[in-house]
Design a protein around this ligand. Structure first.
Ligand code: NAD
Length: 463
C-alpha cells in the first residue's frame, strides 16, 4: 500500500464488512490481490454478526433449551420454573458469542493482510472512495471496488412512530427487557424467530401478518406444523390483518389492528422486510445502475455492475437476502477479479427459518414447479414414521422431495422439524450436484438419525 497525503492505493476496495464483504476481501488476499475493507463501524461481521443471524441464533438456542426443558415434563423430568437473568444472558450473547466471533474475524483479516478502514465510504468516481470518519477524510484509490453494503430493516410505510417501545430487529436483539405484551408486525423470518424468542422468555406475543399465511411464498406443507406450534406459543395470531395506527399512550403503544380493534402493548417489533443499502453511496458518480424495483445494485452472474471497475455482492444486489448467498457471491467476485473463471451460478440456495420446528428448503418448490410447468414427482415422508424423531419426542416433522418426472433428478427439497437447518445441507449438495433420487435412496444413512427421512422419501420416488 502506498501511503501519502492520506491516499491509499489498492487493487480492491471492498465497501462493507459483512459476510459478503469480508468473504470477498479474504479471497482477494488469498489470490494475491491487495484488498482493504471500508466499513462504517470499522469492524468485520456486518449485520449478520452484530445485529442479525448470530445474536438471533444465540437467543433462539436459549429458547430451544427452555422449550426442551418444558417438553421433558412429558417423560417425567421437571426442572421447575426457569429463572431467567437478562444481564448474564445479554453478556453471554454479546461477549462469548458475538465478541468472540468478531475477534476471530479481526485476527483472520490481520493474518491475511486485509486492512479494515473505519468510516463511511462514498464513491467520488469509478476509482476513488472518499472515506469520512469523524473529522478525518481518507481517500482510497482502487483498481476495482466491491459494493457489499447490505440492507437495513424496512419501516412501516405511513406509520413511523419515534418511540423506544417500537423496535426493529436490531433493537429487539439487544433484549432491552421481556415486555409483558409484545406486538410483532410481520410473519416472516424475523417476526417468527424473534417472536419465538420473546414468547419463550415469557412475553405474551401477538403477531400480525398482512397476507393470508405465515412466511408468504414458502411451501404450505412446511409452514403448517410451525403455524400449529406458533398458535400455541403466541397469545394471538392475526392473519390477513394490517396495523392501521400506532400511538404512544400511557407508557404503552396502542395499535389499531384491522378487524381486531385497538390493543395496547408494552413493545412493538416491526419486521416487515429489509431494504437495500444503496442510497448515499455516491453511485451517481459511477456507472453503477440500480434496479427499478427495490433499488438494488444491478449485477450479472459474475457480480459485475454496469461499471466495469465496480462489482457488488450480497443483500444490496437483491433477494434472497441471506448471508450465505452474500459470502458465495463475495468469493465469486474475488475470483473473477483475480482472473479466474467463476460465476454465481448455484442452482440451490438453502433457506432456513430457525423457529421451533425449523423450516428449511432449497431448489424448486411445488408451487414453482406448477407455475413453470415442470413435471415433477413428489414424495412426502412424515416424521411420525422416523425412529429418531420418536426418540426425540418430535413426530411433527416432514421431509418433502421433488424430482424431475422424466429423469429422477432431484430438483427441490423442503424439511420441517427440529434440525431441519442442518439436514438441508445434504439436500442442497444433492440438488446442486444434480443427484438422482436413486443416489440418495441408495446412499447409506446412519441409523437412527433424522437424515434417514431424506433416504426414505427418495425411496418413495423410486416406487
Ligand atoms: P420477510 O420478508 O421475511 O417478512 C416480512 C413479513 O411481513 C411478510 O410476511 C409480509 O407479508 C409481512 N408484512 C409486510 N408489511 C406488513 C404490514 N404492514 N403489516 C403486517 N405484515 C406485513 O422479512 P423479515 O422477517 O423482516 O426479514 C428480512 C429478511 O432478512 C428476510 O427476507 C431474510 O432474507 C432475512 N432474514 C433471514 C433469516 C434467516 O436466514 N434465518 C432470519 C432473519 C432475517
Amino acid at each position: 500500500m502506498v501511503m501519502g497525503e492520506l491516499v491509499d492505493e489498492v487493487d480492491v476496495a471492498v465497501l462493507g464488512g459483512g459476510p459478503g464483504g469480508y468473504a470477498a476481501a479474504f479471497r482477494c488476499a488469498e489470490l494475491g490481490l491487495e484488498a482493504v475493507v471500508v466499513d462504517a463501524d470499522g469492524r468485520l461481521g456486518g449485520a449478520c454478526l452484530f445485529e442479525g443471524c448470530i445474536p438471533s441464533k444465540a437467543l433462539l438456542h436459549v429458547a430451544a433449551v427452555l422449550g426442551e426443558a418444558e417438553r421433558a415434563k412429558e417423560f417425567g423430568v421437571d426442572f421447575g420454573e426457569p429463572r431467567i437473568s437478562l444481564d448474564p444472558l445479554r453478556k453471554w450473547k454479546q461477549e462469548r458469542v458475538v465478541g468472540k466471533l468478531a475477534r476471530g474475524l479481526a485476527s483472520v483479516a490481520k493474518g491475511k493482510g486485509v486492512e479494515v478502514i473505519g468510516g463511511r465510504g462514498v464513491f467520488e468516481d469509478s476509482s476513488t472512495l472518499r472515506v469520512e470518519h469523524e473529522d478525518a477524510v481518507r481517500k482510497v484509490r482502487f483498481k476495482h471496488a466491491v459494493i457489499a453494503t447490505g440492507s437495513r430493516p424496512a419501516g412501516l410505510p405511513g406509520l413511523t412512530l419515534a418511540s423506544d417501545r417500537v423496535m426493529d430487529s436490531t433493537a429487539a436483539l439487544a433484549l432491552p427487557d421481556v415486555p409483558e405484551r409484545l406486538l410483532v408486525i410481520g410473519g416472516g423470518y424475523i417476526g417468527l424467530e424473534l417472536g419465538t424468542v420473546y414468547a419463550t422468555l415469557g412475553s405474551h406475543v401477538t403477531l400480525v401478518e398482512m397476507t393470508a399465511g405465515l412466511l408468504p411464498g414458502v411451501d404450505r406443507d412446511l409452514v403448517q406444523p410451525l403455524q400449529r406450534r406458533v398458535e400455541k406459543l403466541f397469545a394471538a395470531l392475526h392473519l390477513q390483518t394490517r396495523v392501521t395506527g400506532l400511538r404512544e399512550v400511557e407508557a404503552s403503544i396502542e395499535a389499531d389492528l384491522e378487524g381486531a380493534g385497538s390493543q395496547r402493548f408494552d413493545r412493538v417489533l416491526v419486521a416487515v422486510g429489509r431494504r437495500a443499502e444503496s442510497a448515499g453511496l455516491g453511485l451517481e458518480h459511477t456507472r453503477v445502475r440500480l434496479t427499478e424495483r427495490g433499488g438494488f445494485v444491478r449485477v450479472d452472474d459474475r457480480c459485475r455492475t454496469d461499471d466495469p471497475h465496480i462489482f457488488a455482492v450480497g443483500d444490496v444486489t437483491g433477494e434472497p437476502m441471506l448471508a450465505h448467498r452474500a459470502s458465495r457471491q463475495g468469493r465469486v467476485a474475488a475470483e473473477i477479479l483475480a482472473g479466474r473463471p467463476s460465476a454465481f451460478d448455484n442452482v440451490a440456495i438453502p433457506a432456513v427459518v430457525f423457529t421451533d420446528p425449523e423450516i428449511a428448503w432449497c431448489g424448486l418448490s411445488e408451487a414453482q414447479a406448477k407455475a413453470q410447468g415442470t413435471a415433477v414427482k413428489i414424495a412426502k415422508f412424515q416424521w411420525a414414521a422416523s425412529g429418531r424423531a420418536a426418540t426425540l419426542g418430535r413426530s411433527d416433522g416432514l421431509t418433502k422431495l421433488l424430482a424431475d418426472e422424466a429423469t429422477g433428478r432431484l430438483l427441490g427439497v423442503g424439511i420441517v422439524g427440529p434440525g431441519a437447518g442442518e439436514l438441508i445441507a445434504e439436500a442442497t449438495l444433492a440438488v446442486e450436484t444434480a443427484a438422482l433420487a436413486e443416489d440418495v435412496a441408495t446412499t447409506i444413512h446412519a441409523h437412527p438419525t433424522l437424515s434417514e427421512t431424506l433416504m426414505e422419501s427418495a425411496e418413495q420416488l423410486l416406487r
